[in-house]
Design a binder for this molecule. Structure first.
Ligand code: MSP
Length: 547
């Protein structure tokens, strides 16, 4: 199929030679991209099926969704994958503890995690479970291929094994002669197992990372991987004997073993998009694997590239590594018991408030602290006060002074010129900031614009103009309301990837259908003139109590 070449001004095209070390993703605002050939393919990590969704999971999905939705607004054909990691010891043990079959536990988790996606308005195109046949077939196929080609071999191995992380450890993982608590109980075992020749690719991987400084974003994380690669790599044990672990994908060449869970899980990124079929080319290579910093080294930055290289499959374009949500300075995790249930917040404040908060507070790549006080302060000041009030006063005044129909702007004086110039600057910088993954700053700038519209309203004071009988003042009044309405429309159009429900609701209140394409919808225009608006609704109701 012939590629349709498209150039748009609000696009996230990337130039891989421009990355800097300040934590921004290299971006451009006038880049070209090709449509009609490959989809923009983005994935999240797949969550472990043995726990409940928490803020960390929810954040990763929102972050990925913001990117996916913004790419769609830029006209790209997006494929967004998320899912569930269902095999392994932890799932087997959790199921045993509850006296149910592992698949029963996974089915429950699938309901929870799919529910999280629904409640957060995540626009994923697919949700993969590693217990599905489409996935297991690909894992078996790759294992067989690597085995046939001599890249997987059998050997006797004696080593220290941690059941908690399901991995053999090295002596150098000890600290002061002790195994750190994070490994749980560590026992020395001798086992015959299957090994994947990871070590054979060490030099290649170092060369690849050196040649592709933008493979990992933010850049500083690449150093962590190179540091890890300073020591010789051990081959990767890809099997677990069934007597120790039965909940996994049997090795195609030896049914006495199941597949090591990371080898199984990583393959989801290709099994979900039809590896081995023609349609695979529509998506692969992935544009971004979005992951947390804890699963960069070694799974995503060492195992995965080497697995792909060994199997003759192109590497993904980049790994987008976000930081952690902390609570009182500690990682939020099931094991520390300090988790925030995102569903509580979503239930009380709605998905958009949650999505706004996590995107506004997290500088992608860094860690961020969660506190309910911070959440409430953002909710009250940015959403209820600045945005919510702006929408409501704009609609109110159009109702009161113009019979509910948006008037036409007929004059342009200093206040209008200033606001419009600020919009053009906001739009320009947002394009750059989105391309560079600086979503928190993009939101900050959008809300600076929202506040500027509120200030503009104070300066024009339509309530005073309405009392004057002068024709010029009537023009000013109508211009003010038209300008405020247009400012509201543009703000929510820009906020759509982060607050899709709010954008939709405000568009409907303004008598419009939906925000579709930024190229068109972010242009200052008289599109609202003559439209009938609805009576205001409270977009962000004040919370009843401080908790
Ligand atoms: N199952 C593996 C991933 C396999 S990907 C082929 C896993 N699952 S997880 O449930 O533990 O984590 C899923 C994602 O959530 C990871 O990217 C992880 O970094 C992220 N988060 C888990 N806790 C987090 C925070 N407290 N903060 C932000 N994200 C963190 O790892």
């Amino acid at each position: 199929m012939a590629a349709i070449r498209l150039i748009i001004s609000f696009t996230a095209g990337r130039n891989f030679s421009q990355n800097d070390d300040c934590g921004r993703f290299p971006g451009g605002t006038d880049a070209e991209f090709t449509m009609g050939m490959k989809k923009f393919y983005i994935t999240t990590a797949i969550d472990y099926a043995n726990g409940k969704p928490h803020l960390g999971h929810a954040y990763e999905k929102v972050l990925t969704d913001v990117i996916a939705r913004s790419r769609r607004m830029m006209g790209e054909d997006v494929h967004f994958l998320t899912g569930l990691d269902e095999h392994g010891q932890k799932v087997q043990q959790a199921a045993e503890k509850r006296g149910i079959e592992p698949i029963g536990l996974c089915d429950e988790a699938a309901v929870d995690f799919r529910g999280l996606c629904r409640d957060l308005e995540i626009s994923n195109d697919d949700f993969i479970r590693t217990t599905e046949e489409r996935h297991k077939n690909v894992v078996r196929g790759i294992l067989q291929k690597l085995h046939d080609e001599g890249r997987i071999y059998r050997a006797e191995y004696t080593g220290y094994y941690s059941a908690r992380i399901e991995q053999f450890l090295r002596e150098r993982d000890m600290v002061d002669g002790e195994w750190p608590a994070e490994y749980g109980e560590v026992v020395e075992i001798t086992e015959s197992n299957y090994f994947f020749k990871l070590s054979q690719y060490q030099e290649w991987l170092i060369g690849f990372l050196n040649d592709h400084p933008d493979f990992i974003f933010p850049r500083f994380r690449r150093n962590q991987v190179l540091e890890f690669l300073r020591e010789p790599l051990n081959d990767l044990c890809v099997s677990r004997p069934v007597e120790r672990l039965s909940w996994g994908i049997p090795l195609p060449f030896d049914e006495n073993y199941v597949t090591y869970v990371w080898f199984d899980a990583l393959v989801n990124y290709i099994s979900a998009v039809g590896y081995g079929e023609e349609r695979f080319e529509d998506c692969w290579p992935a544009d971004f694997h979005v992951i947390g910093k804890d699963i960069l080294v070694p799974p995503h930055s060492v195992y995965w590239p080497i697995m792909l290289k060994a199997a003759g499959i192109p590497l993904p374009k980049s790994l987008l590594v976000h930081g952690w949500w902390l609570k009182s300075g500690r990682k939020m995790a099931k094991s520390t018991g300090n988790v925030v249930d995102p569903l509580d917040l979503i239930g009380q404040f709605g998905p958009d408030a949650f999505r706004y908060f996590v995107t506004r507070e997290m500088n992608v790549g860094q860690d961020s602290n969660f506190s309910i006080e911070l959440f409430l302060s953002r909710y009250n000041s940015d959403l209820a006060n600045d945005l919510g009030n702006l929408v409501s006063r704009t609609l109110n005044m159009i109702g009161r002074y113009c019979d509910g129909s948006v008037p036409a702007a007929s004059i342009e004086e200093e206040p209008e010129k200033e606001l419009r110039a600020l919009w053009e600057a906001t739009k320009r910088s947002s394009a750059e900031l989105y391309a560079e993954m600086q979503f928190h700053t993009a939101l900050e700038k959008t809300f600076t614009f929202v506040r500027a519209i509120n200030r503009y309203a104070e300066i024009r004071a339509p309530w005073k103009l309405s009392k004057s009988g002068e024709a010029e003042d009537r023009k000013r009044l109508e211009t003010a309301l038209a300008t405020m309405a247009e400012g509201v429309r543009l703000s929510v159009a820009l906020l759509k990837p982060v607050m899709p429900g709010t954008a939709q609701r405000v568009y409907a209140l303004l008598g419009l259908e939906e925000v579709r394409e930024w190229e068109k919808d972010l242009a200052w225009s008289p599109v609202l003139s003559g439209r009938n608006v609805s009576a205001p609704e409270i977009l962000f109701p004040r919370p009843k109590s401080a908790e």
